[in-house]
Design a protein around this ligand. Structure first.
Ligand code: SF4
Ligand code: SF4
Length: 426
């Protein structure tokens, strides 16, 4: 009776259960003729959530989510009847690591996410099955994107009993910003006069040229726990078949704060997948630094923007790149800026996770595939495709050409996709 029915300006319109019930069961004008009860609107609950008490139907889902899943009794209900509202515990804000799930469980537009508010209408969005890149839990997601602008607007949990049940953490929900921010979409080559932008094709040619000068067995190949199993598999295959090297390393984002709900201390989605396809136990970045300094490694090919290497361990890699595309080069394949591309002499742009399909294996050993949501800018191709181009320039006769070929060639002892990962859009 007191609901404002402000659907045209409400973020939940298009996915609101109350709107659905009105349409299916009532479908007529409001019967209330007197002034409705007014309550607080656009009330800040914290950095992520805004509360509109007039739209609240007092279902208490948000309270129960905080109590039962986040284990933090930060929300409660006050008053009775049509004056009741959801309130914060005295002196608190909604500030645990799962605040955006309160918006996710809210069936109406009472709790809205500051990140998504007024950015898109849900009927313009499409959804692609994804996997969160925030940590080794690998929460199963829907990637909601606007196909008109090739832009991802949010991530949502995709129900998967075996991995994340129905939830995601705030950092994972907001990790889609990395799909569009700090992007590298053109090639970069370091020369005597500094770093210049080149086309993707020129960057691949420069990478092939410099790596062609490296002695057999002297190339260091750095796999990435942030990249798909397919990317890592082709990098490991290239190391063995073309450069005859045993110098394989693995890096990724540094460890972060885990918890006993969902978040894994390893902030990378695919360490297990990279290890499974490496074909041997990769060394760490400290070992790479020692191998460069001893001359065992003359040049480096690396995947991804992020590294857990210390500044001291990264220095020899940066020194390799300092002279431009000389014999001691560092070629990096990345979708965005980071510490590895900053220490590279050649940077080859590759798609973000939202712009490609692939496989991640989480810390429990469950393999999950994700599908391309939006188009990659400028015709850039996944790292496994760019690596094939670099290899073919050295005369590699690999028969792989499509994603399916790469998946078929990957080691059979890899975990297969969990059946539990399959579910349908909410
Ligand atoms: S989940 Fe939404 S509608 Fe339900 S009590 Fe909380 S704010 Fe109100
Ligand atoms: S727990 Fe890890 S995988 Fe899940 S949403 Fe958070 S960051 Fe992403």
């Amino acid at each position: 009776m007191n609901h404002p029915v402000d659907c045209p300006i409400c973020d939940q319109a298009g996915e609101c259960k109350l709107q659905d019930y009105w349409l299916s069961s009532q479908h007529e004008l409001k019967r209330k003729r007197t002034e409705r009860v007014h309550k607080p609107k656009a009330q800040s609950f914290g950095e992520t959530i805004v509360y509109d008490a007039e739209r609240c139907i007092m279902c208490t889902r948000c309270i129960r989510f905080c109590d039962e899943v986040a284990h933090d009794h930060v929300l409660d209900m006050r008053e009775r009847g049509n004056t009741n509202e959801i309130v914060l515990s005295p002196g608190r804000t909604l500030d645990h690591d799962y605040t955006l799930m309160t918006e996710h469980v809210c069936p109406v537009g009472a709790l809205t996410s500051r990140d998504f508010r007024f950015k898109a209408r849900v009927w313009f969005l499409k959804s692609a099955p994804g996997v969160c890149t925030g940590c080794a839990t690998g929460c199963t997601t829907w990637v909601d994107f606007d196909p008109r602008y090739e832009r991802v607007h949010r991530l949502r949990p995709r129900d998967n009993e075996a991995v994340n049940q129905y939830w995601m953490c705030d950092d994972g929900m907001l990790s889609y910003h990395r799909f569009h921010e700090d992007r590298i979409i053109t090639g970069r080559v370091r020369g005597a006069s500094g770093v210049s932008e080149v086309t993707r094709g020129e960057a691949v040619a420069a990478a092939a040229q410099v790596l062609g000068k490296v002695d057999d067995g002297k190339l260091g190949v750095v796999l990435s726990a942030q990249h798909s199993s397919e990317d890592n598999y082709v990098a490991a295959l290239l190391a063995e078949d073309v450069f005859a090297t045993n110098h394989i390393y693995l890096t990724g984002r540094p460890a972060w704060k885990g918890d006993d709900i969902l978040r894994h201390p390893d902030a990378n989605p695919n360490r297990a997948g990279a290890l499974a396809v490496a074909g041997r136990a990769p060394a760490d970045m400290d070992q790479l630094a020692r191998d460069i300094e001893s001359g065992d490694v003359q040049a480096v090919l690396s995947l991804g923007p992020d590294t857990d290497a210390s500044e001291a361990a990264l220095a020899p890699l940066a020194n390799l790149a300092a002279d431009g595309v000389g014999p001691g080069a560092h070629v990096n394949l990345t979708s965005r800026a980071g510490r590895l591309p900053r220490a590279a002499s050649v940077v080859v742009p590759v798609p973000s996770v939202a712009e490609m399909s692939g496989t991640f294996v989480n810390a429990k050993g469950i393999a999950q595939t994700f599908r391309r949501a939006v188009a990659a800018p400028g015709g850039i191709v996944p790292a496994w495709g760019a690596l094939l181009e670099i290899g073919r320039a050295q005369g590699w006769d690999a028969t792989l050409s499509r994603l399916g070929d790469v998946r078929d060639a990957m080691p059979r002892e890899l975990p297969t996709e969990s059946e539990a990962a399959a579910s349908s859009p909410a």
